[in-house]
Design a protein around this ligand. Structure first.
Ligand SMILES: [Zn+2]
Length: 488
């Protein structure tokens, strides 16, 4: 497969030589070439938009030093005219079509549903999977596991891979591979390490940051996380609006050259009403890391301050108060949010349901969520607990967990909300309680080292953007089936 013609030139920026070469396009093209449909789409996109500018940067993650060294090499690709669409169609029809599909397993998934998302119809393979202990994450689906299949035109899987990612530092990732050998299947398990590449996108904000990012090809699960980088600076990202512009750098993870999943956002920059805000991911010792400014201050508010729809504070956190029903003087260790009966109550942060109970003489219908080793939240007096909220079920920040009511000891409909740190209630309105307010000096040094090449790229994207906005050329970034969104 010959790569399309390439424009290559050298550019010097912020004292670093950025080498602009053709490899990015060639590699993208190789990946695109695996899917006839994508090749066609890309052909059409570039055919219609010959002036579109495509950007791709690549760096793997073996070590920090190597990462730094590699990330100084940035590749910019400007596609020039490519063979006619008629030629492309000829190539498409003669190509033996093996397509790669990726999906993520969700709670309550079934093997049949997973197969249909992977475009597989293969009863023999289903039977094989049900008889294999190694394939158990598929036969009794486990949440958050990525699966990838290479599927032939007759919807039979050539190979199927189950990616079991380590959830602790002393464990390794392992991939279970099922391969077809004629009429039989072979299964094995081996450790793996993702090859991580970086992708960049930029664009103008039209309606919202999320929608505008999706419109230029940023995968939806990445786009939806972008506002998190500006929770503190720009009102949860909500004020970012028409006329603003954005740049984002995020990870894409591959195994043996095949896309498996999107990784984390590394940097986001937004110019809002003429002022530019930059936010960088940093390893801050918390489970998922967080977004920070270069001065080391957190840009996230991990906990939603008011986790209920249409609420006003009716009784705030105070050391002592007279109970409105019993008249007894005792501390009020939570915050009461008055709201109409039936309004939605949200999980304040990611976590796992740790308690579901009814207490007639206290919180009524209530739930507790465990967020990490030290922090839990409690939601009391609910009229109804949302479906599926059982102990052990994981919940996402902002997910509806129940509805406002006045069950238990309450004078009227309200949410009694508690945030507990190491089992002691703290005032949820007094602090935004990020996972961490500030990075330690050591963490800040690491952030600055990894941010240096990222800031150079953001600046470069900004310059390109100021010449002309990027066109929705990201057929490449949209490649493969992006992992499914939750369907509930
Ligand atoms: Zn209360």
């Amino acid at each position: 497969m010959s790569a399309p013609s390439i424009l290559a030139k050298n550019l010097r920026t912020v004292g670093q030589g950025l080498c602009l070469v053709a490899r990015g396009c060639a590699r993208s093209w190789d990946r695109v070439a695996k899917s006839p449909y994508r090749r066609l789409v890309l052909g059409i996109t570039f055919g219609i938009l010959p002036a579109s500018v495509a950007i791709a940067t690549y760096s793997a993650y073996p070590s920090d030093d190597e990462q730094m060294a590699r990330s100084l090499q940035t590749e910019i690709v400007a596609p020039l005219p490519i063979p006619s669409i008629a030629d492309q169609i000829t190539v498409v029809t003669t190509h033996s079509a093996v397509t790669t599909h990726t999906t993520m397993i969700r709670v309550n998934d079934t093997l049949g549903a997973i197969f249909s998302r992977l475009n597989i119809e293969d009863a023999a393979l289903q039977r094989f999977i049900r008889g294999q202990t190694l394939a158990q994450p598929l036969s009794t689906p486990r949440d958050g596991v990525y699966v990838q299949a290479k599927v032939t035109a007759d919807k039979k899987a050539q190979t199927l891979k189950i990616f079991l990612e380590s959830r602790s530092a002393n464990q390794k990732n392992s991939v279970v591979t099922i391969s077809r050998r004629g009429e039989r299947f072979v299964i094995n398990s081996a450790p793996f390490v993702y090859e991580t590449q970086q992708a960049m996108s930029a664009g103008l904000v039209d309606k919202s940051l999320i929608e505008s990012a999706k419109a230029v090809g940023v995968p939806s699960e990445i786009a939806e996380k972008m506002p998190l980088a500006f929770e503190r600076a720009i009102n949860n990202g909500l004020d970012i609006s028409k006329g603003d512009d954005f740049r984002v750098i995020y990870e894409r993870q591959f195994l043996e050259g095949d896309f498996v999943r999107n990784g984390k956002i590394l940097a986001v920059s937004v110019t809002h009403q003429g002022k530019t805000y930059e936010s960088f991911w940093a390893d801050d010792g918390t489970r998922n890391g967080g977004f920070y400014s270069l001065d080391g201050t957190s840009n996230r508010t991990t906990f939603i301050r008011v986790p209920v729809e249409g609420a006003r504070v009716t009784s705030s956190f105070m050391p002592m108060r007279r109970h409105p029903v019993t008249g007894v003087l005792r501390p009020h260790q939570g915050t009461d949010f008055g709201a109409p009966r039936g309004n939605k109550i949200f999980a304040a942060a990611d976590g796992v349901i740790s308690r579901r109970s009814f207490d007639k003489r206290g919180f009524g219908n209530y739930l507790m969520i465990k967020h990490d080793d030290s922090r839990t939240t409690l939601y009391g007096h609910m009229s109804r607990i949302a479906d599926g909220m059982k102990v052990g079920v994981p919940v996402k920040r902002g997910q509806v967990i129940g509805y406002v009511g006045a069950t238990g000891l309450a004078t009227g409909p309200h949410l009694h909300y508690e945030l507990r740190v190491n089992n002691r209630q703290v005032n949820p309105l007094k602090t935004s309680i990020p996972d961490k307010e500030h990075l330690t000096n050591e963490e800040k040094h690491k952030l600055l080292a990894s941010a240096r090449p990222l800031t150079a790229r953001l600046a470069m994207l900004n310059r390109i953007q100021s010449v002309k906005p990027l066109t929705p050329r990201e057929a490449v970034a949209k490649e493969e089936s992006t992992p499914e969104q939750p369907r509930s």
